[in-house]
Design a protein around this ligand. Structure first.
Ligand SMILES: [Zn+2]
Length: 303
């Protein structure tokens, strides 16, 4: 199994994660953040199962985004095998739902759109694109519910739905595939070429400013501000995560840079950003060692 495109956390999730530590998010943004985080965790879990179960030769492309016939197509996981293409829409839902044609309904009456609709639309568009490129490959698609606490009642057995407990046996079927040919590698590269790096949707971020965000050093693992700093090491008192002091400061600078990509990185700003927990001398040493120095002595900044 060869991973042609790794999965990485969506930019919006990273931003919301940092902001969630440093300000009170609105209910909408907090919900969006928690949903995205959960969805991403589900995808990572699926990736791990894929790695564990697939022994045959295949090409894996994660997190694809295309524009096909003016429509946005998003694919969580695409596996190219010698016997065809497998598309996976991954859901990390919890709770008990009844499977209806166009939606999933919880016992309390809460409704979710049925991911099969979205998946069917994706398959139609992808097949169009493949035909346009001259490929004649079978496409199989599945909605995968990765959470073991998710129960789906009234699910017809002929639907392309894989529940948590069925994932390993489903994936092991892919091991029966024929060997890959040159055209499969060609297709993988073709898909990578047309993949969009950024979603064309403008997702609205919360309003925030440097002055109003909470300052201080936060643990990159759990977000806690309860960090023990020694000369060389930083350790989180909440989760025990340890980093060298240099790595810790660099992570705080990176967070600053993600939230404020157009603001200059200066010693004073980073001292302030870290909540004055670290000396000017220490911050300067790390910035000098990790970034390129720009500007004169009076207007020094780092890139
Ligand atoms: Zn921690």
């Amino acid at each position: 199994m060869k991973i042609m495109k790794e999965r990485s956390a969506p930019h919006l999730l990273t931003v919301l994660q940092i902001l969630n530590n440093r300000m009170a998010l609105s209910t909408d943004h907090r919900l969006k953040f928690l949903n995205m985080k959960k969805g991403y965790e589900g995808e990572i879990y699926f990736d791990r199962l894929l790695k564990d179960c697939i022994e045959s030769e295949c090409l894996v492309l994660n997190d694809l985004l295309f524009l096909i016939n003016d429509s946005i197509v998003q694919i969580d996981s695409l596996v190219i095998t010698g016997s065809g293409i497998y598309l996976y829409e991954i859901k990390n839902y919890e709770g008990e739902y009844i499977h209806k044609t166009d939606l999933l309904r919880s016992s309390t009456g809460y409704e979710l759109t049925n991911p099969l609709d979205q998946l069917n639309r994706t398959v139609i568009l992808l097949k169009q694109q493949l035909r346009f490129w001259g490929f004649n490959l079978a496409v199989k698609s599945f909605v995968v519910y990765v959470n073991s606490s998710f129960v789906l009642y009234e699910l017809k057995s002929d639907l392309p739905v894989v529940l948590s407990g069925q994932i390993p046996s489903h994936l092991s079927q892919l091991n029966q595939s024929r060997p890959l040919k040159k055209e499969h590698h060609y297709l993988a590269n073709k898909l990578l070429q047309v993949n969009l790096e950024k979603s064309p949707y403008n997702l609205r971020l919360p309003d925030y400013s440097f002055d109003t965000l909470k300052k201080g050093i936060t643990c990159i693992s759990c977000g806690s501000y309860d960090i023990l700093l020694t000369q060389r090491l930083s350790s989180c008192r909440m989760c025990g995560h340890q980093l060298s002091l240099t790595e810790m400061i660099t992570s705080q600078v990176e967070h600053f840079n993600i939230l404020f990509p157009t603001k200059q990185i200066t010693v004073q700003t980073i001292v302030q950003w870290c909540g004055e927990d670290l000396s000017v001398k220490t911050i300067r040493r790390v910035l000098k060692s990790r970034y390129q120095m720009m500007g004169g002595s009076k207007s020094r900044y780092y890139v």
